[in-house]
Write a protein that binds this ligand. Structure first.
Ligand code: SF4
Length: 369
């Protein structure tokens, strides 16, 4: 065990590390101000694992139907030697008839539980990437299920990606992500698309780190990612190649460099001898409940209950949180509106009090005619 791993194991307090994965790392960027989530991810746990092993409860899981669709769709694209995925690239004219080199890293070293197989997948992925960067014409055009380490605050987290793609003429790979939600054109949920791009961008960061470790220019890995969605009502792929992911990359870099930005800071957050295996320690870590927490973090019910107990305006939604920010709590906002309690502490509270009273009068007029 490296010294870092010993420190991480101590922070986990006996809980086994789990792979956070690209999705887990991406979720940190969805709530950069949440120290609780960052600390959990940095030490090698996930919110679902914390719910299960620390709070002894059942985490939210994907519905069996959604899971079947997701797994079936990925199998269709990545199974069978990746032929469906290759067809999608050919149909868009992104790979020619001669660019048919496909390697499945998973087939070379199968097994999710076996640490030897997992390490072999990392070394095979790195070997294939190095072939490409060294100009070897045998380098694959598609690498399926690549596995790469991503260093976060000095701790290496392995990430398994859907695939990497490059034509023979391209210098490096782009990361591809496969999502089973249907492409509904302009009606596809923008936040789903952003989070899929950010998930792929986690792979781009890992690729850039690999290039830097080899002494190359990290910018060789472009800030673009490929996304494959599903055509509505079918399992046919809809490929969206080379989507700009500058802002997703920037938000990830920002999220990963926010405090606690290293292991010492995580250790300093906890009282001496405390570990994340203790539910009271998890509850004491500063959080930042937002209305979208439910979409990506299994701890949302606990964090919402804490926000409710503290009377935080976010319980009423994002708009209310923004408008009542000056008061800081729902009870203070009610006091300001009713003219109870201490007078406004500052100009912002005075403006809020006047605005709430005006809104109350309008509501009275509407309600009482
Ligand atoms: S649910 Fe809680 S821990 Fe998860 S991101 Fe939101 S505030 Fe942070």
């Amino acid at each position: 065990m490296t010294p870092e791993n010993v420190r991480l194991a101590n922070l986990r307090g006996g809980l086994a590390a789990v792979e956070v994965g690209a999705r887990g790392i991406e979720s940190v960027a969805r709530n950069t101000a949440c120290t609780r989530l960052r600390a959990i991810v940095i030490v090698g746990l996930t919110p679902s694992e914390v719910i299960k092993s620390v709070f002894k409860a059942e985490p939210d899981i994907m519905s069996p139907f959604a899971m079947t669709v997701t797994q079936g769709y990925e199998r269709r694209l990545l199974g069978n030697g990746g032929s469906s995925l290759l067809t999608a690239y050919r149909e868009k004219g992104l790979l020619t008839q001669a660019e048919v080199k496909i390697t499945s890293v998973e087939d070379m070293a199968p097994g999710t539980k076996d640490p030897v197989a997992r390490n072999r997948r990392v070394s095979e992925t790195q070997r294939l990437i190095d072939m490409k960067h060294n100009g070897d014409p045998r380098a694959p055009n598609l690498i399926l299920n690549p596995r790469m380490p991503l260093d976060i605050v000095g701790v290496s987290h392995p990430v398994e990606l859907a695939y990497m793609v490059a034509s023979d003429a391209e210098r490096s790979y782009r990361i591809g992500v496969i999502k089973s939600f249907a492409d509904r054109g302009g009606k596809t949920d923008k936040s789903d698309i952003r989070s899929a791009c950010r998930e792929a961008a986690v792979g781009t960061l890992a690729l850039r780190q690999h290039i830097a470790r080899r002494g190359g220019d990290p910018e060789m890995a472009e800030d673009r990612v490929d996304m494959v969605l599903r055509a509505p009502g079918s399992f046919n792929p809809r490929l969206f190649p080379a989507m700009r992911a500058e802002s997703e990359l920037a938000s990830l870099v920002r999220a990963l460099s926010t405090a606690p930005a290293d292991l010492e800071e995580v250790e300093r957050l906890l009282p001496v001898g405390a570990t994340l295996a203790d539910p009271r320690v998890i509850d004491r870590l500063p959080n930042n409940y937002r209305s979208n927490c439910k979409e990506h973090c299994a701890l949302w019910e606990r964090c919402r209950a804490q926000a409710l107990a503290a009377g935080q305006p976010i319980i009423l939604g994002d708009l209310a949180a923004e408008q009542l920010a000056a008061a800081g709590s729902i009870s203070r906002a009610i006091d300001l509106m009713d003219g109870r309690g201490r007078p406004p502490d500052n100009e912002a509270e005075a403006r809020l009090a006047a605005g709430l009273r005006d809104a109350g009068l309008v509501l009275d007029r509407i309600a009482n005619g």
